[in-house]
Ligand binder design. Structure first.
Ligand code: ADP
Length: 481
């Protein structure tokens, strides 16, 4: 058994139902289909009613004229004794016209009333009778309970003097009945159309909205962490485009997540290695009773270099993390690129001399650019340091500055160990080292090129590698001027 719904929950459900796309669609369809029907209904009933009124009015007028002639020729006004005889005729007419017949003398006193034959002799100040007594036909249409139509005509004697007036009064109830009939059938029609619209909207909205529901369910699933979730593309409409975009997003999230996991495991692994060395070195020192000072020194020097290595990894990681912070803007200044390269070469030269390597700097241009000088210095230093690290003793390294109208090109060429073709794409990834064994000896962390790559991308530039094992490597950096 489900939990009974309280009034608040019922209210909330209704409110959230009203906010759905299905309800909005439903409302639009209803408005589009039912409003014109109501308007049409109004126009038709008004037209019919007016037509019926006009028709009735003209009928009554002609009957009133006929009655006025009858009353003249029979001397109804002048000859009271013959009145009862003629009243029988008037009574029949009243029934066949379905109208009351009133006859007034020249003073406006009622001398015949078909509805109340005994109620005569009263004065009736009726506007239409008054108009007829004045010589012009009078008529009125009054909307009250029904529609009351009155038409009056003067009664003339042989000399054309007005001697009285006759009025027909008709209550147009049958028009009301007709209109009520039209109204009720129109209501039924509107109800039938509304019901059809409800049904159609239900079917159409399910057809339109079900794919959207699938997208929603998939997005929810993805946001809960099921990054392998994909939406099946069944059509080529906007919803399919949305689904494709969601699939794309999920794929990128999946890739980022796996890169993150790999990165974390790489970091842990990279830090674990020096830590294990430190642990082994310190434990063996602890367990060596009265070891010689020389041994202590040697082990402590090893521990010291492992600590240096960890510090280096952590510093480089911090640099990368800072580059990853998108909000952190580049500190752009206009600076002399030649000076920067001269500075990089000057700083690295002592390191190269340890391996009897010569570094040559060739500048084909004198050039200043807009960029983050410090970050570019670090980025280019990483490449030149690598050239030294991965070159043989006594070899040569060339740093070349070139430019075209749009870009500056910095090329660093060495004739060192080179990089296998398969590794060309991978060496810019974090912690990637082409030759793990050798890099450990060179003190590499696998983070330098990742930092360089990121920095160059942030400057909207690019970095290219051409290299063959045992022949050397050429890194070309392009930076827009
Ligand atoms: P590392 O700190 O290990 O040098 P990098 O990210 O700077 O890390 O370089 C990644 C890998 O690319 C290096 O481990 C090395 O295998 C390879 N590499 C980089 N530069 C060169 C080069 N000039 N010659 C040969 N191999 C290189």
């Amino acid at each position: 058994m489900g939990i009974p719904l309280g009034p608040t929950r019922i209210f909330n459900r209704i409110v959230s139902g009203l906010r759905t796309l299905r309800f909005k669609l439903f409302l639009s369809y209803i408005l589009i289909s039912v409003i014109p029907l109501f308007v049409l209904w109004g126009i038709i009933s008004i037209t019919i009613e007016n037509h019926l009124r006009e028709q009735r009015l003209s009928e009554l007028r002609s009957w009133t004229s006929q009655t006025a002639v009858f009353l003249s020729t029979t001397n109804f006004i002048q000859n009271p004794t013959a009145r009862p005889m003629h009243a029988v005729h008037l009574g029949r007419d009243s029934a066949s016209f379905s109208a009351g017949i009133f006859v007034a003398d020249d003073m406006g006193v009622i001398i015949y009333d078909s509805q109340n034959p005994d109620d005569t002799g009263r004065l009736w100040a009726n506007a239409n009778i008054m108009a007829a007594l004045d010589g012009s036909p009078g008529y009125s249409i009054d909307d009250g309970d029904g529609v009351l139509i009155q038409t009056a005509m003067p009664i003339l004697d042989d000399d054309n003097n007005i001697i009285g007036a006759v009025m027909l009064a008709h209550n147009m109830t049958e028009a009301g009945g007709l209109i009520a009939g039209i109204n009720s059938s129109t209501m039924w029609l509107i109800a039938a159309i509304a019901a059809t619209v409800v049904l159609l909207v239900f079917i159409i909205s399910s057809w339109l909205l079900n794919p959207l529901r699938n997208v929603l369910a998939a997005v929810k699933n993805i946001s809960e962490g099921h990054l392998s979730q994909r939406i099946e593309l069944k059509s080529k409409d906007e919803i399919a485009a949305l689904s494709a975009a969601v699939n794309d997003m999920a794929q990128k999230l999946e890739r980022t997540e796996s890169a993150r996991q790999e990165f974390v495991s790489n970091v842990s692994h990279e830090l674990k290695t020096p830590l294990s060395s430190i642990k082994v070195l310190s434990e063996s020192l602890l367990h060596k009773d009265d070891a010689e000072t020389e041994i202590y020194r040697e082990f402590l020097a090893d521990i010291d270099s492992e600590v240096d290595r960890m510090t280096k990894i952590i510093n480089e990681l911090l640099t990368l993390v800072r580059l990853d912070e998108i909000e952190l803007p580049l500190n752009i200044t206009y600076f002399d690129l030649n000076n920067l390269l001269v500075d990089v070469v000057r700083r690295i030269r002592p390191l190269a001399e340890l391996k009897a390597i010569t570094i040559e700097f060739v500048a084909n241009h004198q050039l200043s650019i807009d960029g983050d000088e410090m970050k570019l210095n670090l980025a280019i230093s990483n490449i030149v340091e690598n050239a030294v690290k991965y070159s043989y003793e006594g070899s040569k390294i060339q740093v070349l500055l070139d430019a075209d109208a749009k870009n500056a090109f910095i090329t660093v060429a060495d004739s060192g160990i080179g990089i296998d073709e398969d590794d060309h794409d991978k060496i810019f990834a974090r912690f990637y080292r082409a030759d793990k064994g050798r890099d450990r000896e060179t003190g590499g962390t696998g983070l330098g090129l990742a930092i360089t790559h990121k920095t160059i991308l942030m400057h909207k530039g690019s970095i290219k590698l051409s290299s063959k094992p045992e022949e050397g490597s050429i890194f070309t950096i392009r930076i827009p001027r």
